[in-house]
Design a protein around this ligand. Structure first.
Ligand code: M6R
Length: 364
């Protein structure tokens, strides 16, 4: 059932426009210009903060969502790794919303955290891909992703579907809290509806990514930089590369470079910069230039305007379609997945079943 694809991961990367569209279908009412949750009358009243809990790639989806929830819904958000959450004795006020994100719905730490949050009086929302899973059953507000079965251990299509659902949740919460005009909601809906086509356009750059892969495959260490939601994407890019190519990679908030990690920079460490046009572009580019001034070899992932403004002197550039900042994480996920994939193929690792890893981590 891999069809013409060499690996499940490759197939799942390419399925994304379709499954994200499928997922969005149950969260958007494009004609009305509204978002809609599966439980339309879910009671968010009294929710004064959101606690997000997840592991791995699902955690990074939560991190992207934390920016959206604060920006649109103006609600305070905290986010924890599930394995840390219970043990730090978090202060959870009655009636708070605890949001769990999991492809499998069975990750042991996340499930235990969900039960802990329930015992602490939280309303439980869960973004889950496997509809029959424990988390799907135990949530008060189940927000399903419709990615279909994900077989590759590296999560790809589940991640972008999580982002789609989380964007809809943020818009919904913003409306309920009176922070979103009908006009602003209509705009969010139209941007989200454009995501599958933009992701498709990003997939058309597969060969360009493949051409960059050898530059990364020969490295021992790789850095990913971004700001705002693209900081979370930098972490996700580094995780993808680590887990399937076994190359050491780190994601960093671009502005943190000069507080230490810039000491690592030399011509042997490729630095992948995620910088879509938008509110963070100029600051990210100035951090990128600090890297280049120290001999760093930069691979810039941006759009035409971004590459024209900042591409000079880069080792390589990748030009994605121009997209609204809201959907940039869904689109920029594609080249970072493809890059990890092509690097792993060059290295000859077991792409779908990387060493030491399991698809579902059911021990704490
Ligand atoms: O099933 P879950 O989403 O709860 O899994 C969480 C992590 O184990 C998972 O995202 C892991 O980090 C992936 N292998 C990343 O590609």
């Amino acid at each position: 059932e891999r069809g013409n694809y060499r690996h499940f991961m490759q197939k799942e990367i390419h399925e994304q426009p379709l499954v994200v569209a499928q997922t969005l279908q149950s969260y958007l009412k494009p004609l009305a210009g509204e978002v809609a949750l599966p439980i339309p009358d879910f009671d968010f009243s009294g929710v004064k903060r959101v606690q997000i809990v997840a592991c791995g790639t699902s955690y990074y989806a939560g991190m992207v969502a934390s920016y959206w929830l604060e920006q649109f819904a103006r609600i305070p958000v905290e986010i924890d790794f599930a394995s840390e959450f219970r043990y730090r004795e978090p202060v959870l006020e009655d009636g708070g919303l605890a949001l769990f994100i999991s492809q499998s719905g069975e990750t042991a730490d996340t499930l235990a955290a969900l039960r802990h949050a329930r015992a602490e009086g939280q309303k439980i929302a869960a973004v889950v891909n496997v509809p029959t899973s424990s988390m799907a059953r135990e949530a008060d507000l189940l927000l399903p992703t419709h990615a279909g079965t994900e077989i590759g251990v590296a999560s790809t299509k589940a991640f972008t579907c999580q982002l789609a659902v989380l964007a809809a949740l943020a818009a919904n919460l913003a409306r309920v809290r009176g922070k979103l005009s009908a006009e602003a909601e209509r705009e969010i809906v139209s941007h989200l509806a454009e995501a599958p086509a933009a992701m498709n356009a990003a997939l058309n750059h597969d060969e360009a990514v493949q051409a960059i892969a050898p530059l990364v495959a020969k490295a021992r260490d790789v850095l990913y930089l971004g700001r705002g939601p693209d900081f979370a994407m930098a972490l996700e890019g580094a995780l993808k590369l680590k887990e399937i190519s076994y190359i050491h990679a780190e994601g960093y908030a671009a502005g943190e470079m000069k507080h230490g990690p810039i000491a690592l920079i030399d011509e042997h460490v490729p630095v992948i910069v995620l910088a879509p046009s938008g509110p963070y572009f100029e600051k990210t580019v100035s951090n990128m230039q600090e890297v280049m001034a120290r001999g760093g070899k930069v691979i810039l992932i941006s759009d035409a305007a971004g590459v024209a403004a900042a591409g000079d002197g880069c080792l390589a550039t990748l030009e994605l379609p121009v997209v609204h900042p809201l959907i940039a994480p869904l689109v920029y996920a594609i080249p970072i997945q493809l890059l990890a994939y092509h690097v792993a193929v060059l290295k000859g690792t077991d792409v779908d079943q990387p060493r030491n890893l399991a698809k579902s981590v059911t021990v704490e």
